[in-house]
Ligand binder design. Structure first.
Ligand code: CA
Ligand code: CA
Ligand code: CA
Length: 272
């Protein structure tokens, strides 16, 4: 599976803050006092690359959309290092299977190689953790560490998007988190592999969707809106990386139907 090394603009993901101010997550070289290492190359995603995060912020880093039904034994993996105000600020992972309408917490604190805290708001253990969700990372681990989560419960899902949530309370800032080499590990099933293994990212997107194929193949595609109307048709694409520019089109859900040598695959695109 394609690893997001975050080294190039093609690997940019969607970032934003609840409230809509400048996203805390940014891609680049981390230069914090504690958080300053990449696993691949030089670049990562971080909650402010060169210093402390901001107070009172909920920041999101969205993954691309994954078709887990085509992956045998999918495991979500990424490297992360963090300096998070213990039991006051936190980070965790959510997922959606319905294009972002509903988000669920991914995993629990008892899962191996995953969260380090099971505190929840109002658990009576101490007078803190007001934002805790019952399964999260909090405290400090400044060494880039690979976290992994077996996605056994989601293997029938064809459109899964993950997001890393970073939640800072109104007081005391630290360096936050840095993330590198984000991907879903596993083996592509034969059918998907023969079709070429299309990957579309970012998805959702504001304008550009990159269509990447694992193999050098020619394909056609049609783009339809929710009513089934064809809004774009392109034949004989032979680029392994094709940029579908949807700027100026109405926000919403579209279906991208890819066809190559008689094989067809349809992907849902979310234009923000
Ligand atoms: Ca990197
Ligand atoms: Ca704080
Ligand atoms: Ca930082």
């Amino acid at each position: 599976q394609l690893v997001n090394t975050f080294e190039t603009p093609e690997e940019e993901l969607i970032t934003f803050n609840a409230g809509g101010d400048t996203p805390l997550f940014e891609r680049g070289v981390p230069t914090g006092a504690l958080l300053n290492t990449a696993v691949s190359g030089t670049q990562v995603y971080g909650t402010n690359l060169d210093g402390d995060h901001t107070n009172g912020t909920i920041a999101y880093l969205y993954s691309q959309c994954y078709n887990l039904s085509n992956i045998i034994g999918p495991v979500l993996k990424f490297h992360m290092a963090f300096e998070i105000e213990l039991d006051w600020d936190l980070a965790y992972v959510q997922y959606t299977t319905d294009g972002g309408d509903n988000w669920s917490l991914l995993g629990s604190a008892s899962d191996p190689n995953w969260y380090n805290s099971s505190r929840f708001a109002g658990d009576g253990i101490a007078d803190n953790c007001y934002n805790c969700v019952g399964a999260q990372w909090t405290g400090t681990n400044a060494i880039m560490t690979e976290y992994s989560y077996a996605l056994d419960a989601l293997t029938n899902e064809s459109e899964v998007i993950f997001r890393i949530v970073f939640h800072a309370d109104p007081f005391v800032v630290e360096e936050g988190i840095i993330v590198d080499n984000f991907y879903v590990d596993g083996t592509l099933s034969a059918e998907e592999f023969e079709l070429g293994g299309f990957l579309i990212y970012p998805n959702p997107s504001d304008d550009i969707f990159n269509i990447r194929t694992a193999n050098a193949i020619n394909y056609d595609f049609t783009l339809t809106d929710l009513t089934g109307k064809i809004v774009r048709k392109v034949t004989d694409v032979n680029a392994q990386n094709y940029q579908l520019d949807m700027s100026g089109m109405a926000a919403g859900i579209y279906f991208l139907r890819l066809e190559s040598e008689g094989r067809v695959q349809t992907k849902k695109l979310i234009l923000k």
